[in-house]
Design a protein around this ligand. Sequence first.
Ligand SMILES: C[S@@+](CC[C@H](N)C(=O)[O-])C[C@H]1O[C@@H](n2cnc3c(N)ncnc32)[C@H](O)[C@@H]1O
Length: 209
Amino acid sequence: MAVRFAEKLYEKYYAGDKARRGLFSALASWRAWEHVLYPGSFIHITASFLFPSVTYVDNDRNAKRFFSQMDEVRALVERNKVYQEAPQLTFHGTSYENRLDVPEGSFDLLLSLYAGFISKPCKRYLRMGGVLAVNNSHGDAGLASIDPDYQFIGVIQGRGDQLHREDDKLDAYFKPKKEIEVTEELLRTLGRGIGYTKTAPVYLFRRVR
Ligand SMILES: C[S@@+](CC[C@H](N)C(=O)[O-])C[C@H]1O[C@@H](n2cnc3c(N)ncnc32)[C@H](O)[C@@H]1O
């Protein structure tokens, strides 16, 4: 029953361009990341192709089944990874809203991609000075932009897999198209982010407190 289940599921959701490898490549070419936390990851193990140590969190049934085939998942990563060391993959099949069984302040990169408001409940696991890489699909980038614990330090710009980091002219970002007061309550009510005049596929924040 479990024969190549994990590989088939990964192919179904993340074959080819759907893997969004360019984002992880852009982040990996910026810095070497020691420990990466990926809440709401589903089975997006493309992160492990670029980062040696990734902790995945998802409460989806298929994600739990996928990661239960850890030998198969690890083999898939081994065939695709770009670094020398053995990959470290950990999975927590729970809500990222719950207290995770990982040490606080132990990650240097926190990913928030298409999976709700992660920046707030998972901030505690990011070390001081660590980086949040977040998109605005569900409004989480907007939430980070009004969170004083985060400092906006850059964006990942470009199209498709041709992505690169930029850290200039940041004042142009997070300007709402409509005159509106951006609050956590508004963002949570909308659940899809508000429109900004200048956007990026991914925004970068540093945890400053
Ligand atoms: C649209 S998928 C995105 C998956 C992946 N981040 C990506 O970019 O391909 C959203 C995922 O977030 C997960 N998710 C949503 N809320 C969650 C929560 N509170 N705790 C854990 N996972 C959650 C869902 O189970 C789902 O797998």
